[in-house]
Write a protein that binds this ligand. Structure first.
Ligand SMILES: [Fe+2]
Length: 397
């Protein structure tokens, strides 16, 4: 890149190098960065992008006190020692060098390094660790220009924005993971007779979803919605929830409030908001006689229709205070009879096709599966904002 006053620049080879080329490189860099959580890979990406954008002889990472290893793109003949010596000498002798253009006036001093660049740009990545990205060129015909500095500072901003985004994402993921675990544990604690029910429903729903060949994102939703489907029971009186005998009419109406309470709770968590239909409508019936909204047939959200099958399956398999677990032959008969009245007949067809694998599903601890499901939910939420990150970086730079 040479003349900042025009949009067409001449590379030393004589091939035209346009500003469009630099933007294209940065655009590719931004896309690649979005897929990259590892620090070493991020560094590699930024070095390659800067080198390609600036047509620099070499671009290297000076780690300062950071733990990232030295890394270089371009001239393999430059040793890590040379890169270290050069950076430290410039930093010691040129105050305020961050984002400045160092051109042939670069003074090699009385003890010159060999080779000595004709121009260089240093941009600081971390103040606390004193890590830098350094671009150098050795050909007087292709000295860096102001536009090169702009491109390099933009690449830095993109990297720093992305690192900040990754850190926030990890924090949010941990928080959400903890929240889902906490809510699931709270449901279990409220009703010890159904301990582990949420986890089993989640696993049954996922297995059923796989039988239906649903995509991974839907399976994640099924898992989380299964865990949370009864979260509204937190708002139900213990005396009703744990009552071993028949419920009074008033108690029955009270317990039927749990899907609406759950819907309200989940609506407060933006990243899980899309699970609300599964939570609110998992007690609807195909014939419209369910609750709370008395939806009918395909009016019932798909997530809720599938959870209704998984929920009933686990309820019938489990021992309860007032009855023992039903034999699988009895469950088969109930499910078949309820297809088209209580449950979506198409889902029951799939249920019957894989029921031998559904029945043995037993409660286990919440492990990686919930963590992955939370991650997928977050990624879906973040997709829109990440697409805007490069534009934001451009504006900010
Ligand atoms: Fe329920």
């Amino acid at each position: 890149m040479a003349n900042p006053s025009t949009s067409t620049l001449i590379a030393p080879s004589g091939n035209p190098l346009t500003l469009t080329t630099a933007w294209d490189v940065l655009e590719r860099f931004g896309v690649a960065l979005q897929q990259c959580d590892q620090s070493a890979q991020q560094i590699r990406l930024v070095l390659d992008a800067v080198r390609e954008s600036l047509d620099a002889d070499a671009v290297f990472w000076y780690p300062g006190s950071g733990s990232e290893p030295f890394n270089i793109a371009g001239l393999a003949t430059l040793s890590s020692q040379w890169c270290r010596d050069f950076t430290e000498r410039v930093l010691a002798e040129t105050p305020g060098v961050d984002g400045q253009l160092l051109r042939p006036t670069l003074d090699p001093g009385s003890n010159p390094l060999t080779p000595w660049p004709t121009s260089a740009v240093l941009v600081r990545i971390s103040k606390s660790r004193s890590s830098w990205v350094v671009a150098v060129t050795f050909d007087a015909e292709r000295s860096f220009q102001v536009a090169d500095v702009k491109v390099m500072t933009l690449a830095r901003r993109m990297l720093l924005n992305h690192r900040q985004q990754v850190a926030s994402y990890e924090k949010l993921k941990d928080t959400l993971f903890g929240l889902v675990r906490c809510l699931t544990a709270a449901i279990d604690a409220k009703d010890p007779h159904t301990w582990g029910h949420s986890e089993r429903v989640a696993r049954i729903a996922v297995r059923l979803g796989k039988q239906m060949q649903l995509p991974g994102a839907v399976l994640s939703d099924l898992y989380l919605a299964g865990l949370l489907h009864d979260v509204g029971k937190i708002g139900i009186r213990d005396s009703v929830l744990q009552k071993p005998g028949d419920l009074t009419d008033e108690e029955y109406i009270h317990i039927q409030e749990h899907p609406v309470i759950g819907d309200r709770l989940v609506s407060n968590i933006k990243q899980l908001e899309h699970l609300r239909p599964g939570v609110r409508n998992h007690h609807e019936r195909w014939d419209g006689k369910g609750y709370p909204d008395r939806l009918k047939g395909e009016e019932i959200p798909f997530l809720a229709r599938l959870l209704a099958v998984a929920d009933s399956c686990d309820a019938m398999m489990a021992n309860r205070a007032y009855r023992s677990a039903l034999p699988t032959s009895r469950i088969d008969a109930i499910m078949t009879a309820g297809a088209g009245t209580q449950w979506d007949p198409r889902i029951i067809d799939h249920f019957m096709a894989c029921r031998d694998e559904l029945y043995p599903i037993c409660q286990r601890g919440i492990g990686d599966s919930v963590f992955l499901a939370v991650e997928r939910a977050l990624r879906a939420t973040d997709e829109t904002s990440s697409r805007k990150s490069m534009q934001a970086a451009r504006v900010a730079s």
